[in-house]
Design a protein around this ligand. Structure first.
Ligand code: GLU
Length: 470
């Protein structure tokens, strides 16, 4: 049997990290078992579904690399099929027309609440002959006896008595099918073997199983993934920070770091924290998904991102960094090789946004010096060192890190000062900041011309400062 899993988002917003985790688990399960992963867009709620949201979801899936084997299928393309199934259930007496008015249903509900009962439809129209010409909904004739047993692959056995379930509406008065009906038809038609989804759907599962049984359809296996909480214990929402997958891209996270974070959020394999995609596929088991909700920890995600930035191939980082440079109006081809810049910055940046900020001075003259760094290092006392450096670097034949480093050391030696007295003013002069990669590497990449210009600019700055204090 080929394993077939699916991700079935409703396109009413962006791709949420919770949805992405569910999608990842479904994807991993399919990949692990040589199965198929299907994307289905549940867009039957015409008022809340938007094309932008569909695009945002597809964009998020692509960015994460969760490629699907079939789809995207759109439920709005399948109304004829849902009708066909509803008609079949009606013809077989497994569904019926109900013309109960809203007033009657409201009154029923109130009585039940007053008796402290769970509100449920009382089956008033179950055995009535409602004419198709009257306004009506169609309800599924749920079995009144017996129970539904779900062997949930995460939560274990769940038993629900049919007496708890009422006759659910499967077609509204306006003729549109309801969520539980469309999901059942789609899971059946698409041959889904494993329904892996958020546990907010757990109450729907026994109802869906009953409809599948009525249709004579195979029952898939179910795995309900517990929800994600914010650090205060409430359901993860915007209040807790970024929850959209694409927002993490914009904040400078690597897709592999986010995937790694999400896979570990609610699943574990011993103490291992860092997983390549291949390892995730190899080790992932639904049985090892936590039954309890997990707490989203932004610091841990940042830590993972840093690990990935440090260890990933510089060419790949450069590829992902490039759009962030573009956002700063920098075309990295008009400056030092971005891959080399990445190599210098890999150990220093937690996000690509930080890296882009740190990389800016290679491509663009900075506007102002970092005030603290300038105050400490671009002082009259640094003038001599910068002048000496400028003169020596201007004639340096071999513009490579080793020779540059030797020059800096020689200048310090000649002036009889510590290396830092030369190195720090130079660093602030070329980068505008007090913290940057090593001077030798930085200068080598920046090039002689820019280096000399920036030393001149720093000397100007010092002269002005001298003039002001004189
Ligand atoms: N469309 C549903 C949602 O976005 C998911 C349905 C399902 O996975 O069965 O919550």
């Amino acid at each position: 049997m080929t394993i077939r899993t699916r991700f079935a988002p409703s396109p009413t917003g962006y791709l949420h990290v919770g949805g992405a985790r569910t999608a990842l688990y479904s994807w991993l399960y399919a990949r692990k078992h040589g199965g198929k992963f299907i994307l289905r867009i549940e867009d039957t709620d015409l008022e809340r579904s938007t094309a932008e949201s569909v695009n945002a979801i597809l964009e998020g899936m692509t960015w994460l690399g969760l490629e699907y084997d079939e789809g995207p299928f759109y439920q709005t393309d399948r109304f004829a099929r849902y009708d066909e199934v509803i008609e079949k259930l009606l013809a077989e007496g497994k569904a019926y027309r109900c013309s109960c008015s809203k007033a009657r249903l409201d009154a029923l509900r109130e009585e039940q609440m007053a008796r402290k009962e769970k509100p449920r439809y009382d089956g008033h129209c179950r055995n009535r002959d409602v004419s198709p010409d009257e306004p009506h909904v169609i309800r599924f004739r749920n079995p009144q006896e017996g129970e539904v047993i779900i062997e949930d692959l995460i939560r274990g056995r769940i038993i629900v008595s049919n007496r708890e379930l009422d006759d659910l509406v499967i077609r509204r008065t306006d003729g549109s099918p309801t969520y539980n009906l469309t999901v059942v038809v789609d899971d059946w038609d698409m041959g889904i073997t494993h329904v892996i989804r958020g546990d907010d759907h757990i109450n729907n599962t026994p109802r869906q199983i009953n409809i599948l049984k009525a249709l004579g359809a195979p029952i898939p296996k179910y795995a309900h993934v517990p929800m994600i909480l914010g650090e205060d214990g409430s359901r993860l929402s915007k209040r807790h920070g970024a929850t959209s997958v694409m927002e993490y891209r914009n904040l400078g996270y690597l897709p592999e770091a986010l995937l790694n974070y999400l896979v570990r959020l609610g699943w574990s394999h011993g103490d291992q924290e860092i997983f390549s995609i291949d390892e995730m596929i190899e080790y992932f088991e639904l049985e090892n998904v936590n039954r309890a909700p997990s707490t989203f920890n932004p610091e841990k995600l940042l830590w993972l991102n840093q690990q990935y930035i440090m260890k990933d191939d510089p060419a790949r980082i450069a590829h992902l960094l490039s759009p962030h440079m573009g956002e700063r109006d920098v075309d990295p081809t008009e400056g030092p090789d971005l891959v080399e810049v990445v190599r210098l910055l890999q150990e220093r940046a937690g996000t690509l946004v930080e890296m882009a900020d740190q990389a800016m001075f290679f491509y663009r003259d900075f506007e102002d010096y970092d005030p603290k760094a300038a105050k400490a290092h671009l002082r009259p006392a640094a003038r001599e060192a910068l002048e000496a450096l400028r003169a020596t670097l201007a004639d340096l034949e071999d513009w490579r890190p080793e020779a540059i480093q030797r020059t800096i050391e020689q200048v310090a030696g000649r002036l009889g000062v510590k290396l830092g007295k030369v190195g720090m003013p130079l660093r602030v002069a070329v980068s505008g900041r007090g913290a940057s990669p090593s001077n030798d590497q930085t200068l080598a990449l920046l090039g002689r011309e820019k280096t000399l210009q920036r030393i001149d600019r720093a000397l100007d700055f010092i002269r002005k400062r001298e003039a002001q204090s004189a």
